[in-house]
Design a protein around this ligand. Sequence first.
Ligand code: 6LW
Length: 504
Amino acid sequence: MSSRPETGTTTINNPVIPGFHPDPSICRVGEDYYLACSSFEYFPGVPLFHSRDLVHWTQIGNALDRPGQLRLPPDSRSSGGIYAPTLRHHEGRFWLIVTNVSADGNLLVTATDPAGPWSDPVLLPGVHGIDPDLAWDEDGTCWCTVAGVSQVRLDPYTGETFGPARKLWSGMPGAKAPEAPHLYRIGDYWYLLIAEGGTERCHGVSIARARTPDGPFEPCPDNPILTHRGTDHPIQNTGHADLVQAPDGSWWMVLLGVRPGGGTPGWHVLGRETFLAPVTWVEDWPVVGELSLEAPVPPWPLQPGPITPVRDEFDSNELAPHWVSLRHRPAEDCTTKERPGWLTLRARGASLDDTDVTFVGRRQQHQSCRVRTLLDVGEGRGGLAVRLDEQHHYDIEVASGEVQVRARIGPLSTVVVSRPVPPGPVVLRIEVIAVETLNDARTGPDTVSIGVEEPDGSFAELASLDGKYLSTEVAGGFTGRVFGMFASTGSVHFDWFDYEPLDR
Ligand code: 6LW
């Protein structure tokens, strides 16, 4: 099989979906591509994207947007919850299978419109393992393959499994953690694509093929077909891929990667992002083309989606799909109905150091960016934060005439600065500026400047903090930074929220 993507002459920015959007799974229906990602402790879960050109992606919703679909216990750990999904289209429906490691385990939802609504979940007690995949063979049998890599036959309508799980492949000798399996019927073969090496710097993609969906599988002689392990490539941790064929017959791969910044070893703060790479076929094996921060543009007309405005005025009853909360979002705790044109957050008595704080945020998607919000705390306490998890966040909080900047880094928590602030509405700002540094180990990836805006609009910086401590290399975990509004006590009202990219 040979189909080489004839690419255009211009280039595109990679990642094609920046910010923490890991474990991408993609499918195509006609001229439309759809993609789903992991979401962990955030609610709603499993963000869904649409594209017509593989380059421009627009979030169209979240597959798990109801408490009955997404059960995340208030005390469940960060980077728990929703692990890797697989998104497929079969027999006129979209199928999404995913693991909730904090409750329910593997589950499956379906939809006729990927923008939703998605069905109530079918639980899969007979599917043991993470990273579940779905594939159907010619006679309609549904094969569910999970990390490890093992496989079981499944009735996707009832969740019933048939027979014991069978071991399919352990990946390449010496490589650890064979996971992220995806099974495809392509030409005369069934291909089993996996990730191995773990989702850090040793991550890579390998593939094997067989004549039947349950093996035996022979590994590709050129495995890993993609890895950046052992290199100083600006994109690291490359792995957890999925393949898709375009209408013109060309093949493409979406995968996760990270962009470490600052000195050695480099710190990544945006989480694992979704990248695009071209694929060709040589002797019935896929060959992944160059993966760079500028990837070749596909040879068809580009179709950019709508631009997300900088400002969200909170003028509608529903929050845009990119807004996320921690584990749940009870309507009484987060509403635009109490004060029309304002988002009102009602505290639950928890702070950002807890797992159950009232929080509404959006992913940081640019290495340099500015976030602002106008809030009125009234008799309450709340503010603006940039968080990685409960133990790694920088916040600016307003309460009864005082504004405080706090830093939480692991077991350490400190008030960096506090100063009086007049009662009434105030504009808070967090500004992140990436640091272009060559091997300066003293310098983190960015500086995080936090402060208030004076009545004349000038910025009064209260603190400038090292972004290193809000990186995955320091904090661990599977997510990336999220900027958010929070309420610690009482009700806090937010008039608007600006997210302004300051880089490409
Ligand atoms: C994902 C698995 C993994 O399910 O991390 O490190 C999990 N590998 O593929 C969360 O992204």
